[in-house]
Design a protein around this ligand. Structure first.
Ligand code: URA
Length: 196
């Protein structure tokens, strides 16, 4: 599986499907062993910290995510994290991030291929946690809204999709923290029961 992912990431590193390619500095890729991943998590797009460090969820949202994962009994080494969009979508001359509305349909195909590689190597159904609306909508359809779908498993193409709030949501909406915590605890129970 690693070889296939290596080839895919080589293609991603030279992708020119959108103008973000011109600003691409550091390809962002999870550093854990994909063969050992018990769960795959899909975020939105890298930010400045991820570009700097070269791996997803390397900043404040990543710290939150690690805390939530520990409630599911998972470490970062036991999950594989990826994004719908691979380059950092910036606004305001690079000062802030923006929602990558135009880039999602151009970039999302990489995620589909990445998940297909995992599916072809996984015997038990693959559990994919979508973090926030962007990955939820890409995988489950535009009519899905995180506020309605969070915490409920959906079966899709030999995958179990579990929509979760994006960890950054708990930074600006503190009231979501307890809910997200309890849903990660449920995730932990689910993967234990499923033998993952
Ligand atoms: N937010 C995301 O959605 N993805 C990252 O990699 C980092 C922050």
């Amino acid at each position: 599986m690693k070889k296939e992912l290596d080839l895919l990431y080589k293609e991603i590193a030279s992708c020119t499907r959108c103008h973000l390619a011109q600003e691409r500095i550091n390809p962002v890729r999870d550093q854990s062993d994909p063969g050992k991943a018990r769960v795959i998590l899909v975020g939105e797009a890298p930010g400045a910290n991820e570009i700097k460090h070269g791996f997803p969820f390397a900043g404040e949202a990543g710290k939150k995510l690690s805390t939530y994962l520990s409630l599911a009994g998972l470490t970062r080494e036991e999950v594989y994290i990826t994004n719908v969009v691979r380059c950092r979508p910036t606004a305001n001359g690079g000062k802030r991030n923006r929602t990558p509305a135009k880039e999602i349909p151009l970039c999302g195909g990489w995620l589909d291929r990445e998940l297909a590689i995992f599916r072809s190597h996984t015997v038990i159904p693959l559990t994919v946690v979508t973090l926030g609306n962007i990955s939820l909508k890409w995988l489950c359809g535009k009519s899905c809204i995180i506020g309605n779908c969070h915490g409920r498993l959906v079966q899709l193409d030999e995958m179990k999709i579990l929509p979760m709030y994006h960890p950054a949501a708990a930074i600006y909406r503190k009231e979501l923290d307890a809910l997200i915590r309890s849903e990660f605890e449920e995730l932990g129970k689910y993967i234990e029961a499923a033998g993952q």
